[in-house]
Design a protein around this ligand. Structure first.
Ligand code: S3P
Length: 454
């Protein structure tokens, strides 16, 4: 189990390209496997989570070739995958990773031998539940200790209404999915969740007729954009999506933008550390993902989007940030889903803003890779921050500096990286324990940070 030590060495300066988007990487494998023919995915995130999705589809008979990688010494991460194609050099773009997928069509998958291991990835497991619901075979899905604690009823409920049959451990993995003939649903989801929405839309591809999902707030829409690009008949309203089933998916050639959620750590660091100035390039700025930008701007951050453009149906830009003084604010409502993965790093920025920040309506944070409300409250308190834990959020009182501490990651990549950035805001040395989890989404994180510190 590895650990990292962090010290403030002054301003962060330079350019970086964060790793490719994790959500889009997962979906690129799933949809291209269900398409008929050869798809190319450029700049795929070669990290543990999307690799779990590749293994799953290989296990179901899809031929997937992994191309131009391994330009630097390769490390082995959790689950034995090779996890570091990245150079970790902030002056140059990360090397592109190209994947070729020989799609089998909607009905070309074969029953997997043995259980499919989804590792740490909730997206792999929940989206696979949707795909497996439409198959004429059963499959077992399992995951690591963290994934085994994550609720699956949210996908099982609508997929059972459609006709799939599940066996679970009281709503938790491991689970068995018995697929079959499905009927369409019109599902009003109680949670704003892209994983729930995507699972239903994927199952909807196997139905005669139209399937729709309505969400309480809009969650990320990468599945919808990619289904549209693959030629599926899909209608998108403000909070609703309708897909027409029995579609034929066309293969595609896409380039994955850099992950906004990974950029977020450096956006925060650049704003927090006096004298910093950073340009983060080719970042996906899909409006369903960039709540953090809106919040930080309202808190007083100096952020500029440059060179805005579209890449493979997703909006992309370069993000320029420099050190700014922040004031606390209240965050709730529709800001929550579009900031969902950025709350750990947002808590760190709140801990260094003037006044109080109150986050509510974010109960979902309790069922992520860790209970992120409890984790951030406990770890920020160790660094001297006054934090009140609410059932559905936190109240954080900002201070000038943090105190060095020994920090737990809870095996959660976003807690580990957020607290590493917090470690830059003390006068001493902070140690983050159990940091192998960083490889689930951001191999090379420390390399980029060290380069920006020089
Ligand atoms: C994801 C959706 C979100 C997000 C997760 C990735 C996706 O989860 O937190 O990291 O790729 O669909 P929920 O659907 O549970 O909100």
């Amino acid at each position: 189990m590895s650990q990292i030590s962090i010290k403030n060495t002054g301003p962060l300066r330079g350019e970086l390209v964060p790793p490719p988007d994790k959500s889009i990487s997962h979906r690129s494998i799933i949809l291209s496997s269900l398409a008929e023919g050869k798809s190319i995915v450029r700049n795929f995130l070669y990290a543990e989570d999307p690799l779990s999705t590749i293994s799953a589809f290989r296990q179901m008979g899809v031929e997937i070739e992994v191309g131009a990688i391994h330009e630097s010494p390769v490390q082995t991460g959790r689950g034995g995958f090779q996890t570091s194609p990245y150079i970790g050099d902030s002056r140059i773009a990360l090397p592109e990773t190209e994947i070729i997928i020989h799609g089998k069509g909607l009905s070309g998958l074969k029953a997997p031998e043995g259980a499919i291991d989804c590792g740490n990835s909730g997206t792999t497991m929940r989206l696979l539940c949707g795909v497996l619901s439409g198959q004429p075979f059963s499959a077992i899905l399992k995951g690591d200790a963290s994934l085994t604690r994550r609720p699956m009823k949210r996908v099982i409920e609508p997929l059972s209404q459609m006709g799939a049959v599940f066996e679970t451990q009281n709503g938790y993995p491991p689970l068995t999915v018995r697929g079959g003939e499905l009927k369409p649903v019109h599902y009003k989801s109680p949670v704003a969740s892209a994983q729930v929405k995507s699972a239903i839309l994927l199952a909807g591809l196997y139905c005669d007729g139209t399937t729709s999902v309505i969400e309480p707030e809009k969650s990320r829409d990468h599945t919808e954009r990619m289904l549209k690009a693959a030629g599926v008949d899909i209608t998108i309203n403000r909070l609703g999506v309708t897909v027409k089933g029995r579609a034929k998916l066309n293969p595609f050639d896409i380039t994955v933008p850099a992950d906004f959620s990974s950029a977020a750590f450096f956006i925060a660091a650049g704003i927090l550390i006096p004298g910093s100035e950073i340009l983060i390039k080719t970042v996906g700025i899909n409006p369903t993902r960039t709540g953090l930008l809106e919040i930080l701007q309202s808190m007083g951050a100096h952020i500029k989007l440059e060179n805005a453009r579209e890449v493979s149906g997703e909006p992309v830009a370069d993000i320029y940030i420099k050190h700014s003084r922040l004031s606390g604010m209240d965050i709730t409502g529709d800001m929550v889903p579009k900031t969902i993965d950025e709350f750990p790093i947002l808590c760190v920025t709140a801990a260094l803003a003037q006044g109080k920040t109150k986050i509510t309506g974010a109960k979902e944070l309790r069922v992520k890779e860790s209970d992120r409300i409890a984790a951030m409250a406990a770890e920020l308190r160790k660094m001297g921050v006054n934090v009140e834990e609410l059932e559905d959020g936190l109240i954080i009182e900002g201070r000038e500096k943090l105190q060095p501490a020994v920090i737990q990651s809870y095996g959660d990549h976003r807690i580990a990286m957020s607290m590493a950035i917090a470690g830059l805001m003390t006068d001493g040395e902070t140690t983050i324990l159990d940091t192998d989890c960083i490889n689930t989404s951001f191999p090379g994180f420390m390399g980029i940070l060290e380069r920006l510190q020089k």
